[in-house]
Design a binder for this molecule. Structure first.
Ligand code: PLP
Length: 481
């Protein structure tokens, strides 16, 4: 049914449309088919299609989908069950305040930027930022400065920010309203947060840690120190990515005096729906409650042990897994077999193995919180077949992009996205201001940001990469007129 014809009512159109028959609606069908399929599911959310959901959690039924009734309230209400639940989460984690979010870590990161934009000083963001942070800058109308953590040429992956680099950075920049760190990365690489936060605080700089992928870190001593324990002022968890909540569930935790709760709540309110889903927040409560319990911590320890055993099994069979800091993320160095992460991902997907985050030279498998016993044999077989079918000489290392230690954007992303722009060949863009995000290696390294002035060295590098990785890097860029 494509639009109503003259004189037709919706009622008559619905009667005659064949497309809209009850059996033809697509989402339920597609979800039911996907949910019933067999395969090796190593993708997010971390509950692994329910296999790793908190065992004591009540099923999430329709009658629980309630509005902000007085006894329930909402994330920004003083009273009610949600306020009490958030307080319990804060207590469990050692934070001063916690708020649930129902638009993923994305929405909460953006609220933090909106709050930081009210303070004097610049925003310092990592180049390996999640795009929601750039969108947050656009919403706030601020012009951030970007710092670049090291990239490992062999794996093409962003590395943790070395504390010495942060020290040099903070010596160079003026007043900072907020420093954002990403730790761990998608691939489970964690920074030395206690050292980084201590340096930032020595310079009087408040720190937000995007710990979307590391919500579980605080719950087992074999994992890296979590952001709250490291003293970060603000910490964002993607509860669905790392703690077993339903998709979109997330939480923001705050401690210290850098941000008044009222200022954070104002920004949260600007972005929050007026009907936050009680079911999503319940799933966040269940996830935190489980992890805070002795059973949950025992279960996590068990999952970590299984994951480490699986890693050993795969390594012993010659599978090139890279080192990282989260055993629940297995990181395949596809470049060692001569194929890109994207090629490996597409090949595996066709054989029922669903992975995450295909990069130029690697692919990530998320074991999540579901049991990984039983996964090993199937995964090993699929990987051995992948090597047979696609294996070749190792891919050349990536020549890291020539990013300056710190690049202040020339314009805010908001201005860059809003102004008139044109597409020009890379060779003719020197000195121009980019109007788009260029993130050629799927999905990883943003080599050009909207609002960034393009210098000759970066454009030469892009052209060189374009020759090497034709198809992955465009030979043009959109710039402001
Ligand atoms: C580092 C990082 N931060 C934040 C996010 C956003 O998380 P969410 O999907 O919960 O909005 C992602 C999503 O991939 C991410 O990788």
């Amino acid at each position: 049914m494509a639009g109503l014809s003259a004189g037709q009512t919706l009622e008559t159109a619905l009667k005659t449309s064949r497309l809209l028959r009850p059996s033809r609606w697509p989402l339920e069908q597609a979800l039911a088919k996907a949910a019933g399929a067999s395969g090796v599911f190593l993708h997010l959310p971390a509950h692994r299609r329910g296999a790793g959901r908190p065992p004591s959690a009540v099923a999430l039924p329709w009658p629980y989908d309630l509005p902000e009734l007085p006894e329930i309230g909402g994330p920004l209400e003083r009273d009610g069950a949600i306020a009490d639940s958030q307080q319990q989460v804060a207590q469990g984690l050692g934070a001063e305040r916690s708020w649930y979010g129902v638009n993923g870590a994305s929405g909460l990161l953006q609220a933090c930027l909106l709050a930081a934009a009210q303070r004097p000083g610049q925003l310092l963001l990592p180049r390996n930022l999640h795009r929601s942070l750039l969108h947050g800058c656009a919403l706030a109308g601020v012009t951030p400065s970007l710092y670049s953590p090291p990239i490992d040429p062999l794996t093409g992956l962003w590395q943790p920010l070395p504390p010495e680099q942060l020290e040099r950075l903070l010596q160079q920049v003026g007043p900072v309203s907020l420093l954002v760190l990403v730790s761990p990365t998608y691939q489970g690489l964690a920074s030395d947060l206690p050292a980084l936060v201590a340096i930032a605080h020595r310079y009087g700089v408040a720190v937000l840690v995007d710990e979307a992928h590391g919500g579980h870190f605080g719950f087992d001593s074999s994992l890296p120190v979590c952001a709250l324990a490291a003293g970060a002022d603000l910490v964002v968890h993607s509860v669905h990515k790392s703690l077993g909540g339903l998709g979109q569930s997330a939480a923001l935790h705050a401690q210290g005096a850098a941000f008044a709760p009222a200022a954070l709540e104002q920004s949260l309110g600007w972005l929050q729906t007026s009907s936050p889903s009680a079911v999503l927040m319940l799933s966040a409560e269940q996830a935190y409650r489980h992890h805070c319990s002795a059973t949950g911590r025992r279960q996590l320890r068990g999952r970590l042990q299984q994951a480490r055993a699986l890693r050993e099994q795969l390594l012993a069979a010659g599978i090139p897994l890279l080192m990282n800091d989260d055993p629940l993320r297995l990181l395949l160095h596809t470049g060692a077999w001569g194929c890109s992460g994207a090629e490996a991902d597409a090949w595996l997907l066709g054989r029922g193995v669903i992975a995450e985050c295909p990069e130029l030279l690697s692919l990530t498998f998320c074991l999540g919180l579901g049991p990984s016993r039983g996964v090993g044999r199937q995964l090993l077989k699929a990987l051995q077949q992948l090597r047979q079918a696609n294996g070749g000489p190792p891919l050349p290392p990536l020549q890291p992009p020539p990013f300056p230690l710190i690049s202040p954007l020339a314009l805010s992303p908001k201005q860059a996205w809003a102004q008139l722009s044109e597409v020009v060949p890379l060779g003719q863009a020197s000195g121009r201001i980019a109007a788009e995000l260029l993130c050629p290696y799927p999905p990883g390294i943003p080599v050009v940001l909207p609002g960034e002035r393009l210098e000759a060295e970066r454009l030469e590098w892009l052209q060189q990469q374009q020759r090497l990785w034709a198809g992955q890097i465009p030979d043009t860029v959109r710039v402001l007129v």
